[in-house]
Design a protein around this ligand. Sequence first.
Ligand SMILES: Cc1ncc(COP(=O)(O)O)c(C=O)c1O
Length: 389
Amino acid sequence: MNFDEVIDRHGTHSVKWDMMEKIYGVPADDGIAMWVADMDFRPPAAIQRALQGMLDHGIYGYYGDDASYRAAIGWWMQTRHGWSIEPEWIFTTHGLVNGTAMCVDTWTEPGDGVVLFTPVYHAFAKVIKANNRRVVECPMVIRDGRYEMDFDSYDAILDGSEKMVILCSPHNPGGRVWSRVELEQVADFAKRHDLVLVSDEIHHDLVMPGQTHTPMALIEGVSDRLVMMSATTKTFNIAGSHSGNVIIADEALRAQFGARMAGLGMSPNSFGLVMAEAAYSPEGAEWVDALCAYLDGNRQVFDEGVNAIPGLHSMKLESTYLAWVDFEGTGMSRDEFTRRVEETARIAANHGPTFGSGGENFLRFNLATPRSLVSEAVERLQAAFGDLQ
Ligand SMILES: Cc1ncc(COP(=O)(O)O)c(C=O)c1O
């Protein structure tokens, strides 16, 4: 567990590092990749051992008998999140972008509206549009420096053609850990408009010290319309395994989702299942605790350095390692502050508008990298905006 170790990822087919120059024009040799949400850390030794076991055996046939895999997921949800699930509630998809697409496909028709609280993780809108459904944006508001949902304004936005709402919990970007009251409001909203409620909780393990994530499944009276999504991939940095869990308590919803999975001939990849089972273990839990403490340290270094630059504001993260930085106070155009970050500071960060309305003046920086790189990024940003000091 040495999160300080700098591991060179160049030339490893890492989208984050090997596509940075092509996509952002940030030089591969000394640029800092702070965009795509994966981490520059090795996963826990338990995962490496499980993979090594597969390599040593050397036979990569079809996977069967998934009872221990399902039990590991159940154990994790119970011990880490106080949520009791049954093994048969679990579906395994090829990650949660795939899980989202499967939900859209199962419970909506072309032309239907799907509600998002924006700004939000960009792949939701991508998948909705690619399936010829409509994104219905319910913009969040910033109060006391953090995002809140504004239900007073949302009812008037909907026109009755909406069939689904997708919640990102905890929220990417902005890092909100939604309170129980806020989750109840989302549940009431879904009921009021008769929407299937998809709760993407992929960031649920990555909460800052002192914060507690509440699974939507613990909110009363919503299980008949609720689809929960979670994964080991974000938590343990194994996104390349493309594996995620769609967990559905309601029998009717489960039958519908299962039928769609069968219709598409979907079955999971053995590497993802083996890694997930190894991750959801006491050893994995210990690693996650250490990781969250480290990420909180990175967040402090980043926020302190960035918030010292007049006109820049990094939103205080309650969860995730994705810093959401507002450049509005610089008075610069989006092109200008982006140019300074990419050309002068040589940092690749996600562009705010990709996340929908409200993201216009923001860039998102991935802090899941050794602290020395976070410090280097802060120094480069301070120099790139040095004229504002
Ligand atoms: C909210 C959210 N959902 C899903 C994903 C990606 O999921 P997957 O890699 O399992 O497709 C991300 C990645 O950043 C995310 O932030």
